[in-house]
Design a protein. Structure first.
Length: 191
């Protein structure tokens, strides 16, 4: 292998696609300084930044067969790191909220009855359960779209599927969720 500094990242891509771990390490070393600086500015701890960087490159390695299809690897890496940063914050927010006891929740808003809040929580739990019951690929696409706020194009690129397939999975998931929760929303209109 040539001297690491003489490699441009585009020269590494065919090697990485073929599973060359040394080329992947060179790519990692090439992009890590800029990526870690970018991520560290967005998260509270250096450990979290390292975890996000690790997850990012694990995703790149996992999807290495399509790496040469990426038009701009730096743009892809920074865009993906943004999604992972958002996911990091969403995960931490969920952990903080789920660790609270119900009586610790702010129930000071007297305009909303406790029964309504319980019903809302019940609906959220049902939706979460139904999402887990979706077929694996459909669930994965739906979560990337809704939990990680990824665009259809980004999902298609990450999963190596077409954008129309992404749209079909999202529509299928929404249709399933509407059907599974339709009994929860009966409204009677009085005129």
């Amino acid at each position: 292998m040539k001297n690491q500094k003489s490699y441009q990242y585009h020269e590494l891509l065919p090697l990485i696609r073929k599973g060359d771990q040394r080329a992947f390490v060179v790519l990692y070393d090439l992009f890590t300084p800029d990526l870690i600086a970018f991520i560290a500015k967005k998260v509270a701890s250096s450990e979290a930044a390292e975890d996000i960087l690790h997850d990012l490159f694990m995703s790149v390695w996992k999807n290495r067969e399509m790496i040469e299809q990426i038009e701009s690897l730096p743009a892809y890496l920074f865009s993906s790191s943004r999604y992972l940063i958002l996911a990091h914050y969403r995960k931490n927010l969920k952990l903080k909220v789920s660790s609270l006891e119900f009586d610790e929740l702010e129930l000071e808003d007297e305009t909303v009855a406790i029964e309504d809040k319980l019903y809302y929580r019940y609906i959220i739990d049902i939706v979460a359960k139904e999402v887990e019951n979706l077929p694996e690929k459909c669930r994965e696409v739906f979560k990337l779209s809704r939990d990680f706020y990824m665009s259809n194009k980004a999902i298609a690129l990450q999963l190596n599927i077409s954008e129309s397939t992404v749209e079909k999975h999202i529509n299928k998931a929404l249709k399933h969720l509407r059907a599974a929760t339709s009994h929860l929303f009966h409204f009677t209109l009085f005129f």
